[in-house]
Design a binder for this molecule. Structure first.
Ligand SMILES: Cc1cc2nc3c(=O)[nH]c(=O)nc-3n(C[C@H](O)[C@H](O)[C@H](O)COP(=O)(O)OP(=O)(O)OC[C@H]3O[C@@H](n4cnc5c(N)ncnc54)[C@H](O)[C@@H]3O)c2cc1C
Length: 470
């Protein structure tokens, strides 16, 4: 073997913390060269991200599992901390790589960073290869006949489904690494990130992701369309943190779904497509990250009352389903989709607080924080985004009656309401004083009075919204 063939390939892991069905890793191993499996604790990201320490611990668990996976095939993970460009400049000097391979990221700041990194490597005559991996179909692939991006989900979904899908990439059987110095895997404590979430939803890592997916297929996929809106049961996959960190590939999910001949998969598949739709919206309309897609709605007379915002964040609004949801988020770093929609609608359309405030709070708490989906979800809930629908304002009381009819979810997260009879559970403030005493829940003392009147608040929002539409 000549010296040139020993020049390593850097495989830069980012949102793809797994060894199975990993496009960049697989393609690097085809070259039969030593590999430097690299993860960078990017200080630009760490310093700008408001995420809770629990998300950094989740990431550390993913990296630990990735390292173990790499060890099983003869390798290991090398970590560095610093600004991405500087880390790469140093590695070029130290390791004289022949190439760098990575999977593409569609967030605007990541695209800027990757352009700079690519330029750096090319300026040293080093090959750069990037791959599609975070999505089944990239934003540039799902376009209208006029080559324009979609802003409405249904035609996007139809176009998405009409495209051929890449099969999963095999897990490499063996790799050889070119060792470099490593700072080791850093967790929240090492990165000086405070952990406020006491009971994170799940542990990170490819091994866990696979188990969660297999169990979901075995126990819940068949009933997904009927159970997916019930927050008290495990009716959805709870894969979102794993998908976010790339512990499982969406190609693999798609392949596994298609193999299930006797189980209806459409409802679940459509949710995966919603995720890619929002990636596409962020890619083609990056301004949505700083302003409403429908700009005029930024001029609504949004409420800047911090007391309301604080009550919403902590789950003390006096509206049981909203409070249960916010407390689930604060305790586990995750929230059921139905309840995400309810709390988001409540913040924007009842408290009249700008969706940006909610988006930021979710960013600080969610383990599955995905900029595109979070932004898309918030703008959808606030009716300021793409895919226009007639204005709809969720009534949290009716939502609770419909989706938590026995009050199991509410009682799990709002223990003050434990003994409130079911007929009053969704609006406990309507109990008489006698009833309050009988169940030990005194409104205004044990549990707050609702901070807004649903009907009045809805009318106010509707009026302001409709005025802008005219
Ligand atoms: C206000 C708001 C904010 C949100 N923020 C995020 C976020 O930061 N990260 C995130 O992954 N999802 C976000 N969602 C979408 C959705 O709530 C979560 O993906 C879902 O609750 C995750 O649970 P699950 O894995 O059990 O989902 P499942 O129902 O099992 O769905 C499977 C996968 O499909 C994707 N998915 C499902 N629903 C949606 C959706 N509506 N939009 C985009 N992707 C979807 C997720 O990757 C999910 O893991 C948000 C929704 C709203 C209304």
């Amino acid at each position: 073997m000549n010296q040139h063939s020993q020049q390593p390939i850097i495989v830069w892991f980012r949102r793809d913390l797994r060894i199975s069905d990993n496009a960049a890793l697989y393609h690097a191993t085809l070259r039969a060269r030593p590999i430097i499996p690299l993860f960078i604790f990017d200080t630009d990201i760490i310093n700008s991200l408001s995420s809770d320490g629990a998300a950094f611990n989740f990431q550390a668990e993913c990296l630990q599992d990735l390292n173990e996976g790499l060890q099983r095939i003869g390798g290991r993970l090398f970590c560095r901390k610093g600004k991405a460009l500087q880390v790469h400049a140093k590695l070029i000097q130290e390791a004289s790589p022949s190439a760098i391979f990575y999977n593409r990221d569609y967030e605007p700041h990541a695209r800027d960073r990757d352009r700079a990194v690519e330029q750096l490597y090319r300026s040293h005559g080093i090959e750069v290869q990037s791959f599609k991996d975070h999505v089944v179909h990239e934003p540039e692939e799902v376009l209208t006949l006029q080559n324009r991006p979609y802003s409405i989900f249904t035609p996007y979904m139809k176009a998405w489904k009409s495209l051929p899908v890449q099969s999963p990439f095999p897990t490499p059987a063996k790799i050889t690494v070119a060792p470099v110095e490593s700072c080791g895997i850093l967790n929240a404590h090492d990165l000086h990130k405070q952990v406020t979430i006491p009971r994170p939803l799940c542990r990170g890592g490819e091994t866990q992701a696979k188990k969660v997916w297999e169990q979901f297929i075995r126990t819940s996929l068949a009933s997904y369309s009927s159970n997916r809106n019930i927050p008290s049961i495990k009716g959805t996959s709870r894969l979102s943190p794993y998908i976010r960190f790339g512990c499982i590939a969406v190609r693999t999910l798609y392949r596994d779904l298609l193999a299930l001949k006797s189980i209806p998969i459409e409802a679940f598949l459509n949710e995966l497509i919603w995720r890619e739709f929002y990636q596409s919206v962020m890619y083609h309309f990056p301004d949505v990250l700083t302003a409403s897609y429908k700009r005029a709605f930024d001029t609504l007379p949004w409420n800047t009352d911090t007391e309301f915002l604080h009550r919403w964040r902590s789950g003390h609004t006096g509206v049981p389903l909203v409070d249960a949801g916010m407390r689930e988020l604060n305790q586990t770093g995750w929230l059921h989709n139905r309840v995400r929609m309810v709390v988001a609608s409540f913040l924007t359309k009842q408290l009249f607080i700008h969706w940006k405030q909610g988006e930021e709070y979710f960013e600080s708490k969610l383990l599955d924080i995905e900029t595109a989906s979070n932004n898309g979800g918030w703008q959808w809930a606030a009716s300021t985004g793409v895919d226009p629908k007639p204005l709809r304002i969720f009534n949290p009381e009716l939502q609770a009656q419909k989706f938590d009819p026995e009050g199991v979810y509410i009682k799990t997260y709002v223990p003050e309401l434990q003994n409130v009879p079911l007929q009053h559970l969704f609006a406990p403030h309507r109990m008489s004083l006698d009833e309050q005493h009988r169940c030990g829940c005194i409104i205004g003392k044990t549990y707050p009075r609702p901070i807004v009147d649903h009907r009045l608040a809805s009318e106010k929002f509707k009026k302001a919204y409709m005025q802008l539409l005219r």
